[in-house]
Design a protein around this ligand. Structure first.
Ligand SMILES: C=CC1=C(C)c2cc3[nH]c(cc4nc(cc5[nH]c(cc1n2)c(C)c5CCC(=O)O)C(CCC(=O)O)=C4C)c(C)c3C=C
Ligand SMILES: [Fe+2]
Ligand SMILES: [Fe+2]
Length: 343
């Protein structure tokens, strides 16, 4: 029987990123499962990181998110109910090693949550597999309860919709009706659709809920993927840097708000792929592009993380709480015309 006096572990997981340019080859090798990276791709990616300050900000931002959530999970002056841990999928602190640390600390029950709201066999499932690998490697027996997705959670939608509103308000009042909002997420290989992966349906549900909450007209927003991988197979599209010129040429759009909704913190796929690459494509067409900050340590988002953890622990009967995660699956919703991806 687990000891109810012991704190419940909370394993926060994120993608991870290099802390310096020297770390990029090792980081890429992990992402690419040890497949060699050509010098041209290594140089290109190193140059991208150089342009955003020589390192990924993901570690600092993730720590701030964890602190925000933990402040709610362990109110000051009360006994420690939860103990926080942080593990990264592609860089240190590695998820497997963090699980080893949890075993050493005597954690018996834990909630695991990925700092990404949408489930895919190519993302969340891989983080979860690393937990199992850590338990096997360090021979532990922690009872893990996972939060699998929270793409339609009310606080997530509200936090993203607030970002949209703030960005639209950066345009003069008499121009705001003409602003077009592009919501995007990391592309994945097209084959995931044939495999029945829920990723795209979940993304589209999040997008539609945000658009509704932000009060956007049907013709005032559209969907795009971004940051497709460098591999020969087809990836989901359209890509952001192609989509913006298309919006301009076909619909006369010249004011764009670009918000990534598959990520919850700023990192290279936003700071380079949107702020530099997509911004360049926009400027070349005379399009003004505004990119609001990612959720980062937004109080609504950290509150959501805490509520999801509490809700999951309550579901397991580990704590008494009437807090329940608002992540139950909503029906998938149709997208505005002309935004469907090829299957
Ligand atoms: C939903 C899935 C993915 C998310 C979210 C994601 C975030 C993310 N990716 C990088 C940096 C790189 N990713 C790269 C390749 C790559 N990424 C995903 C999926 C997600 N990434 C896949 C499936 C792949 C292909 C892996 C393979 O086997 O080749 C790469 C490598 C170079 C490339 O292919 O472009 C980089 C670099 C960051 C920084 C990030 C968010 C934190
Ligand atoms: Fe990636
Ligand atoms: Fe990527």
């Amino acid at each position: 029987m687990p000891d109810p006096q012991k704190p419940i572990g909370v394993l926060f997981m994120a993608y991870g990123g290099p802390e310096s340019l020297d770390e990029i080859p090792g980081y890429l090798s992990d992402i690419r499962h040890g497949r060699p990276t050509t010098t041209a791709v290594l140089d290109e990616i190193t140059n991208n990181y150089r342009q955003i300050g020589g390192k990924s900000p993901i570690m600092g931002l993730t720590k701030a998110q964890v602190e925000g959530a933990m402040a709610q999970l362990n109110p000051p002056g009360e006994p420690e109910r939860f103990k926080a841990y942080l593990g990264m999928r592609h860089w240190s602190p590695w998820i497997e090693e963090t699980v080893g640390q949890m075993i050493d600390d005597g954690i018996e029950r834990a909630v695991a949550i990925v700092l990404a709201p949408h489930f895919s066999s190519m993302s969340i499932a891989k983080y979860q597999a690393k937990i199992q690998a850590g338990l096997e490697l360090y021979r532990g027996d922690i009872d893990f309860a996972t939060v699998d997705a929270y793409y339609d959670a009310d606080l997530l939608i509200e936090a993203f919709a607030a970002r949209v509103r703030e960005a639209v308000e950066q345009f003069p009042e008499d121009e705001r009706d003409d602003v077009h909002v592009v919501l995007s997420a990391h592309s994945l290989p097209v084959r995931i659709l044939r495999e029945g992966d829920p990723y795209q349906d979940q993304l589209w549900t999040t997008a539609r809920l945000i658009a509704e909450r932000a009060g956007l007209r049907e013709d005032q927003w559209s969907w795009s993927y971004q940051s497709e991988g460098r591999s020969p197979e087809p990836w989901l599209g359209p890509q952001l840097e192609d989509h913006i010129p298309t919006l301009h040429e076909e619909r006369g759009v010249d004011k764009v708000v670009s918000l990534a909704i598959g990520f919850v913190s700023d990192h290279v796929e936003i700071l380079y792929d949107i702020d530099i690459e997509a911004q360049k494509a926009a400027k070349a067409m005379g399009v003004t592009l505004v990119r609001p900050p990612s959720l980062n340590d937004d109080a609504r988002f950290t509150r959501l993380l805490a509520e999801l953890v509490e809700g999951r622990a309550a579901e397991e009967g580990w704590i008494d709480s009437d807090v329940r995660a608002a992540s139950a699956g909503a029906p998938s919703m149709p997208m505005p015309e002309g935004t469907a991806s090829p299957v």
